[in-house]
Structures are given as C-alpha cells and as structure tokens.
Design a protein around this ligand. Structure first.
Ligand code: SF4
Ligand code: SF4
Ligand code: FES
Length: 366
C-alpha cells in the first residue's frame, strides 16, 4: 500500500459543522480561521492575524456543542466532527455586553482614521452592536502618556483597552521588546522599561504598535498633523522608495497633499511591517528645499538654476578634477537600491568604464 509523505498527511482534509453547514478545514486551523473563510463576521479586538492567538478580549466567542461555556474562536482549534455556532442570540448578547464593558473605560471613540491602520476597529464594532458607552461607567485603567513628546507616536492610554496587540507586535514581529504591560486590572498600563520615554527605550519607531492598535490609543503623530486638513483620505498603493526590500505601502493623501503612510498588510515583501524610514520619513516629498530643477553652486557660494546640459558638464568636470588630482580610486559609486536592473547596470558600467575602478555598490540593505 502506498503511504502519503508526512507533509501531505498533515494536510488531510477534515470536516466540521458550522452554523448548520458541513465545512472542510485542515488540521491546525482555528475556529476563527475556518469561520472567516466561510465569510462569517466573527468580531475580534485582540486579534491580528500576524500574531499568535492571545484570547484576551473574548469577543470572538462561539458556541461549540458539548462545551459548557462559549469558547474564544481565535484560540480554539477546529476538530473533526465539531459542531459550532457563530451567531446565536446569546452569543451576540454576550459580545455586546463585553463591548459595553470595554468602551465604558474609553474617554473617546471619536478617533481620527489618520491615527493608524486599525484605529477604527473598536468604534466600528460599537456601531455594529449598538453598544451603550456609559453602561458600566466607573473606575478606569490606563494613564495617558502624552508628555512623551517624540515626533512619531502619540501615546494616549486613556483610550487603551489592554488588548496587548502593541506589546505582542513589538515582540513577535519586530523582536524589539520595547514595551510591556505593568500591573493588573484597573492598574494595567503599557510602559517601556522603567517607564522611560520611547526614545530612551529599545523602540526603533517602526510604527507597528501604532498600526495594530484598534482604538487610536497609539496614534501616528505625523499623519495626525493633518487631522484638520480639508478633504477625504485617499489611499494609493505604492512601494517604499528607501531600500531594496521593496515594502508595499498605502500612501494617505488629502487632495494633492501626502499626509501619511500605512504599511500594506498584504504586501508580499513586508506583510504589514515597515521600518522608521518607510513609516515616517516622507516629509521630503513636499519639502520646500526639494530640488525641482538643475542647479549649480557658483562662485558666490549660492545655488543658481541652470540648464541640464550645463549641469551635466559641470558634474563631469568635477569628476575629472577629482580623478586627476587624487587618482581613480578616489571615486566611489553608490546606486539606489530601488533602481531598476537597467539603471543599476548603467551605473556600474559608468563607474567601471569611465574611471577604471571597481568601487561600485548599492544601498539595497534595510
Ligand atoms: S514603534 Fe516599533 S519598536 Fe517602538 S514600541 Fe512600537 S512596535 Fe516596538
Ligand atoms: S495601546 Fe492600543 S494596542 Fe496597545 S494594549 Fe492599548 S489598545 Fe491595545
Ligand atoms: S479576538 Fe479572540 S479573544 Fe480576542
């Protein structure tokens, strides 16, 4: 008898019943993954599909026949023959009550979408479940840390719901462990080591915590500079210009103005990750110092506009002077990591053939 290799046996198709229908899945899939694939709208708050399941918010609960209490679908594996219900009246009531407990703590649900990629998740669920915000009003957790005046990340923990997505993305995705959780219950607080400012911690300002926060407690300070700028926010898919990795980004614009950058969660090279440059370093695009015409610094020390031919001849004579005075190895070429093959080929040819040196490199390193 022919036996299947282990990898194929691991992927054998299993069957369960979901909301009355037989559905198939493979071993290792969670109930949430199976339900999502079937188009079920199971609500989540502490879930980010790039991270390990955490099971903190309990919003994704489903009823499994034979189990006494509802289970968190994001943290429960589907098993062969299982019978589960995602949307019973009792489950929906349970979710609504949980949401009402969560939002009773939040100072505000009116969060600007420029705050971050996931910043509207909580308010969207409150609207969907028509949850009452003041039902459990009383003691609150989370102390705002707006005195952390770094230019990139707003830390407004009055809106924190202790989902720990920020802490987990920092550890699991970035490997930075810059932030953690201190205290329990109403004393819970997201902090850096010794509660210093982010700039004095292990933080690399990658912005991952900002983009996964479902409440706007962490906000993109650079994008929020344009919170009051007129116009709809438009997203345009593009590629980060900085290095050879080629991370996918969504550029946020209002009218003609670039107001922010968000990582593309489905970007094949980055899967939602960005570094500080791709995330925050976009002011050069509209900076008044940006050159839009060729210029030459004349004898008066000032830059003056000129024609392209003159600028190219000026640059060529500068190269010749360096070569004649210091030798060919005084010239070193660095090509852009984002240049296409043809441009990279031309650049190395230019350095090797024109100057007779192999001092040529590119910046394709993150
Ligand atoms: S910006 Fe990046 S490194 Fe800094 S705390 Fe957030 S996830 Fe961690
Ligand atoms: S700051 Fe945001 S992501 Fe972090 S625990 Fe609070 S709500 Fe969750
Ligand atoms: S999304 Fe499953 S417990 Fe939070």
């Amino acid at each position: 008898m022919t036996t299947l290799p282990d990898s194929l046996e691991d992927e054998r198709v299993l069957t369960m019943t979901l909301d009355g229908n037989a559905v198939t899945f493979t071993e290792g899939e969670t109930l949430y993954e199976v339900a999502s694939r079937q188009g079920k709208r199971v609500p989540t708050l502490c879930y980010d599909d790039r991270l390990k399941a955490f099971g903190a918010c309990r919003l994704c609960v489903v009823q499994v026949e034979g189990m006494r209490a509802p289970v968190a679908s994001c943290a429960t594996l589907a098993t062969d023959g299982m019978v589960a219900h995602t949307t019973t009246e009792a489950i929906e009531k349970y979710r609504r009550t949980l949401l009402e407990m969560v939002v009773s703590e939040n100072r505000s649900l009116d969060v600007n979408p420029l705050s971050g990629y996931a910043s509207q998740e909580l308010v969207a669920l409150v609207d969907r479940y028509e949850a009452r915000t003041g039902r459990f009003a009383g003691k609150k957790s989370g102390t705002s840390n707006v005195e952390d005046t770094n230019p990139f990340i707003l830390r407004d923990y009055d809106n924190c719901i202790s989902c720990y997505r920020c802490v987990r993305v920092c550890a699991e995705q970035e490997g930075d462990y810059a932030i953690n959780v201190m205290g329990r219950g109403f004393g819970t607080q997201i902090i850096t080591e010794f509660n210093h400012r982010l700039k004095d911690s292990q933080c690399t300002f990658c912005g991952q915590c900002v983009q996964t926060c479902p409440t706007g407690a962490l906000g993109d300070r650079k994008a929020l500079r344009d919170a009051d700028t007129e116009g709809e926010i438009k997203k345009t898919r593009s590629i980060c210009p900085y290095c050879g990795v080629g991370c996918s980004v969504d550029l946020l614009t209002k009218g003609d103005k670039l107001v922010g950058v968000q990582p593309a969660m489905d970007g094949p090279a980055n899967e939602g990750a960005l570094c500080i440059k791709g995330q925050f370093a976009f002011d050069f695009v509209q900076h008044s110092d940006r050159l839009s015409k060729p210029m030459i610094r004349r004898e008066d020390g000032e830059l003056h506009e000129c024609e392209w031919d003159e600028a190219l001849e000026f640059a060529a004579s500068g190269f010749r002077k360096v070569r004649d005075r210091y030798g060919r190895q005084a010239i070193y070429g660095v090509a852009s990591g984002r240049a296409p093959h043809e441009a990279a080929y031309t650049m190395q040819k230019f350095i090797r053939a024109s100057f007779g040196t192999n001092y040529i490199d590119n910046c394709s390193r993150a």
